[in-house]
Design a protein around this ligand. Structure first.
Ligand code: SF4
Length: 318
């Protein structure tokens, strides 16, 4: 499969709240995403996964690094070209209610991207809105209603329809099911899977929920304090989680979803303040396997022995 998206050594920084120094929200991230595939990005809140997605879409400006979308250098594009490239890169947000304008009908919400990009006329746009509603499992009568008339799951279907209105190639889904009831989550996940197959989409799927990521992803990145700590094919990551952080996250999946994986690892403390990341391995204050060198020496990325050759981990245990 050819690469749709290639990210190399991407770095995004923010000013620290105290005005002195910077926060490395994304710190040297590299990966590639094949056309038609789903890359799951996991980690606790504050690990940098949403900033990574927004940096790729240039909703926040990265400090350095390369983003190639179908071979085109996204960071080098002037704003006008970027606007047209964004047709092919769309985002689905966590909270569908907050992201839908309550004063607009669903038909107007779905037609708006087409109007902005001057695609079609009134009647072709109306037909496209009906087609989008059908794609996400809502009847065309939904076009006349307003967001508050729908349930949370239905609103997320509208959010997905809006993301699809310009026929994108890449959809960034940022915690798209975490605001929904568990029973509704699987419906939305199944919808995303079937849309990927029908429309040949690629997804960057961001979630703190490893059971959800396992369900939908081909490839997984585990992030901690802005860096990738483990990456590889989904089967390898879940069969042989190798970084102690990944092991702890996977051990927290409810047993039914985790296929009987035993022994929950409870991590000490919260994610450290990203303004003051710990030296050495940034995970060392919480790591149940930390050694003296972990406090001073940053680990390098290595292949995980006896696993897929593309399964990589950043830890002194390897
Ligand atoms: Fe734990 Fe050390 Fe590995 Fe970091 S490098 S994850 S502290 S064992």
């Amino acid at each position: 499969m050819t690469s749709l998206l290639e990210v190399r050594d991407l770095r995004t920084e923010f000013h620290a709240r105290d005005g002195a120094g910077t926060v490395r929200a994304v710190d040297g991230v590299s990966f590639s995403l094949a056309a038609g595939a789903t890359l799951g990005i996991v980690g606790e809140s504050g690990c940098g996964k949403s900033t990574l997605a927004r940096s790729i879409l240039r909703l926040v400006e990265p400090k350095s690094g390369t983003i190639l979308f179908e071979g085109e250098d996204v960071r080098a594009l002037p704003q006008r070209r970027l606007a047209s490239l964004r047709r092919h890169m769309q985002i689905v947000f966590q909270d569908p209610y907050a992201s839908l304008d309550p004063r607009q009908s669903v038909g107007a919400i779905l037609a708006e991207p087409l109007e902005i990009h001057r695609i079609g006329n009134r009647s072709s746009r109306r037909a496209r809105v009906a087609e989008l509603l059908d794609l996400v499992g809502l009847g065309k009568e939904a076009a006349e209603k307003f967001p508050h008339e729908f349930s949370g799951g239905q609103r997320q279907r509208i959010g997905i329809a809006r993301a699809l209105s310009l026929s994108p190639k890449l959809v960034v889904a940022d915690e798209p099911v975490s605001a929904l009831d568990v029973s509704i989550q699987s419906q939305i996940l199944n919808l995303l899977v079937s849309l990927r197959e029908r429309l040949g989409l690629s997804y960057l799927f961001i979630s703190h929920d490893l059971a959800v990521v396992e369900h939908i992803s081909d490839w997984v990145l585990v992030m901690y304090l802005g860096r990738i700590v483990e990456s590889g094919p989904v089967e390898a990551i879940y069969a042989r989680p190798s970084h102690p952080y990944t092991q702890a996250l996977i051990s927290a999946i409810p047993q039914a979803a985790a296929g009987g994986r035993a022994g929950r690892i409870v991590l000490a403390g919260d994610v450290p303040d990203p303004e003051h990341p710990p030296p050495g391995c940034p995970f060392h204050p919480r790591c149940p396997k930390a050694m003296p060198r972990c406090a001073t020496e940053p680990p390098a990325e290595r292949a995980v022995p006896a696993s897929a050759s593309t399964h990589r981990v950043v830890c002194h245990l390897f």
